[in-house]
Design a binder for this molecule. Structure first.
Ligand code: SF4
Ligand code: SF4
Length: 141
């Protein structure tokens, strides 16, 4: 449809292959909060009101004007919820509420999370997806 209408677009890669900076070419989380899909939870993933973190994101960057939702500026995690923080076996989550100015490192020790999940490469041939901090989230259950 985009090709037929001669729209300019770009589909960024889902995977990040940069094991030094651990930064993807384009942040799907940045896109999600800026179009109002959800906020970043204390587990550093996108949380939607309806499905919680139980979503898969895809992104197509299109060089056209669109109507989209309002940018979300702060977390909607309940103040007293620590379920994701408590379940992490490596204590990689900092128990910090996200806002639009937060840095990833404010919320998660992402190097520690990656290091521990990478230990599985030797035996499983890939990183452990882990995801315990997503399963623990009450949104979307
Ligand atoms: S994915 Fe696993 S190791 Fe990483 S922060 Fe979540 S619970 Fe902790
Ligand atoms: S478990 Fe609680 S604190 Fe963690 S992301 Fe879900 S709602 Fe937020």
């Amino acid at each position: 449809m985009l090709d037929e209408n001669k729209a300019k677009y770009y589909i960024p890669s889902v995977a990040q292959n940069n094991e030094v900076d651990l930064i993807a070419p384009f942040s799907f989380k940045f896109a999600a909060v800026n179009v109002g899909l959800g906020w970043i939870g204390k587990n550093d993933v996108v949380i939607t009101k309806k499905y919680g973190p139980r979503i898969r994101l895809s992104v197509i960057l299109i060089n056209e004007q669109f109507v989209y939702g309002n940018k979300i500026l702060k977390s909607n995690c309940p103040e007293n919820c620590n379920k994701c923080v408590d379940v992490c076996p490596y204590k990689a989550l900092h128990d910090v509420q996200w806002n639009i100015n937060s840095l990833r490192s404010d919320i998660i020790d992402y190097r520690l999370c990656n290091e521990k999940r990478s230990l599985y490469i030797k035996t499983h041939g890939r990183k452990n997806a882990c995801g315990l901090c997503m399963v623990a989230c009450p949104f979307g259950t």
